[in-house]
Design a protein around this ligand. Structure first.
Ligand code: NAD
Length: 494
């Protein structure tokens, strides 16, 4: 019999919004559901413009003292939050698995520890908020400092809420900004657990969480005149809406949006006993273990025709070997997609491709009314790069595989998309690597591996995958501060 790793939920009273260092219950409620079981987990507050306004006011009040604090002291507090999260990682991971559907074994545990790592990384590099001096000659001292924008409004999706929340908290707070964070309506609980851990650590108003739906709390946050910078991670559609609103008042904006990333495999990648590893990395790049619900999923696989018959069965074998089921089952590798709407969209994408004549290497069109939203890993062949399933972000465990013959042809197919987030290239030919990494439009290209982001790297997309980059201290300085130049005439002057 399976012993599920049941979560300890936020205590009653700790699932409202966290504003000005205290818990606040808005009038409305949202029910958070467990997508593996299609059952309610608990209720959280449905914040509106009223809660957003309270949180922004609190952040504005806290700002002068917070930005005046030495960067090392801000960093120490972030490191401490990282330590608290690390100590409570199992607790938080179970809540995360329950609400997001990301398997505890392969995803949620790693995400909780990864988020703690992000907080600790920024705790350490907070002191790197340095400026420059200009050699203008004797008598003139000219230098620049990096100033925080002020109050940051951050909005995150449900697919990796803790990791993305930790990135937004770290980048905003390390650089001296105060933050109002709005988690996704489907997965706000792990972020509320993090707020519980942060309670009493930062001065009131420095870090606020407003739970609620996008069109209400999210839209109010983006439009609030007291928000100097918006950092958004989510779909390209919502990113465009947000861009229009922030443009109106020239608020600073970072967008981390969707992707339809290519994975390209050349024959030499499987030579000399590398077939097995290469197939595993191709499956990893597709993020099957996250139900394909990753912005960087290598969901378009281009395989050289000479190795198609050798590589494809191996990729299929590795992917089909995943144990699919309840995210809280300690033996499950791949959990559930987040909600009925997303499940229905995935189903529609696959059904359409099936009608167009596609073939299933593994998987199938998901069933209509399952007990839990757990589709199987699916690899589809016999598709064209122009079909909807090859062009749009399915955000599910569905990979299309297309053969190619020449380098020019595969570059053209890889770039034939409005996205430009990530790409995965498998070859050991160095000159080919340099040619292709130059030619492919993507913010992040991995060669011979299908790994995830690591703190310290600058990560962001081109084309409609976004603007700005996060994760690195350089990205944080570019996105969360502005340069202030000071020129002092030491001798004479007027
Ligand atoms: P989404 O855009 O529907 O929602 C994301 C967030 O925006 C949620 O918190 C939601 O409440 C809020 N929101 C929705 N409408 C809003 C509005 N009008 N105004 C303000 N906020 C609003 O995206 P999703 O479906 O939750 O997430 C999946 C998408 O996120 C995918 O496209 C994925 O590729 C993308 N994503 C990108 C990255 C990245 O780093 N580039 C990382 C993770 C996910």
């Amino acid at each position: 019999m399976t012993t599920y790793l049941e979560p300890k939920l936020p205590e009653a009273g700790l699932a409202g919004s966290y504003i000005n260092g205290a818990w606040h219950w808005p009038e409305g409620r949202l029910t958070v559901e467990n997508p593996s079981r299609r059952s309610a987990i608990c209720e959280v507050g449905r914040g509106t413009a009223k809660e957003v306004d309270l949180a922004v006011q609190a952040a504005r009040t806290a700002l002068p003292a917070w930005r005046a604090l030495a960067a090392s002291e801000r960093g120490n507090l972030l490191s401490e939050l990282g330590r608290r999260l690390e100590e409570n990682a199992e607790d938080v991971a179970r809540v995360l698995a329950a609400e997001s559907g990301n398997a505890i074994k392969t995803q949620s545990r790693g995400e909780a520890l990864g988020a703690a790592g992000v907080l600790k990384y920024y705790g350490g590099v907070a002191v790197e908020q340095k400026g420059e001096t200009l050699p203008l000659g004797p008598g003139i001292l000219s230098y620049s400092t990096r100033e925080p924008h002020g109050v940051v409004g951050s909005i995150i999706p449900w697919n990796s809420p803790l990791q993305l929340g930790a990135v937004k908290i770290s980048m905003a707070l390390a650089t001296g900004n105060c933050l109002v964070l709005k988690p996704a309506e489907d997965a706000p609980l792990a972020i509320l657990k993090l707020a519980e851990l942060a309670d009493g650590l930062f001065p009131p108003g420095v870090f606020n969480v407003v739970t609620g739906v996008g069109e209400e709390a999210g839209a109010a946050l983006v439009a609030h005149p007291g928000v100097d910078k918006v950092s958004f991670t989510g779909s390209s559609e919502v990113g465009k809406l947000i861009g229009k609103v922030t443009a109106d008042r020239i608020a600073n904006l970072t967008l981390e949006l969707g992707g339809k990333s290519p994975t390209i495999v050349f024959p030499d990648a499987i030579a000399e006993g590398r077939l097995d590893t290469c197939a595993q990395q191709v499956a990893n790049a597709m993020r099957f273990m996250r139900q394909g619900q990753s912005c960087t999923a290598g969901s378009r696989l281009f395989v050289h025709k000479d190795i198609w018959d050798e590589l494809m069965p191996k990729v299929a074998e590795k992917s089909a070997a995943l144990n699919v089921g309840d995210a809280l089952d300690p033996d499950v590798d791949m959990g559930a997609v987040v909600n009925a709407e997303r499940y229905g969209e995935i189903r529609a994408f696959v059904a359409e491709a099936e009608e167009q004549g596609a073939t299933f290497l593994i998987g199938e069109t998901p069933t209509e009314d399952p007990q839990g939203f757990c589709p199987n890993p699916t690899i589809i062949t016999g598709v064209d790069n122009s079909w909807r399933i090859s062009r749009e972000e399915v955000f599910g465990p569905v990979m299309v595989a297309i053969p190619f013959e020449t380098e020019e042809e595969v570059i053209e197919m890889a770039n034939d998309t409005h996205y430009g987030l990530a790409a995965f290239l498998f070859t050991h030919d160095v000159s080919r690597i340099t040619r292709l990494t130059r030619a492919i439009d993507a913010g992040w290209i991995q060669v011979n591996q299908g790994g995830g982001q690591i703190p310290g790297m600058s990560y962001g997309g081109t084309k409609q995958s976004g603007m700005g980059s996060e994760y690195s201290i350089e990205g944080a300085l570019e996105a969360y501060t502005y340069r202030k130049c000071v020129t002092i005439n030491i001798e004479g002057g007027v």
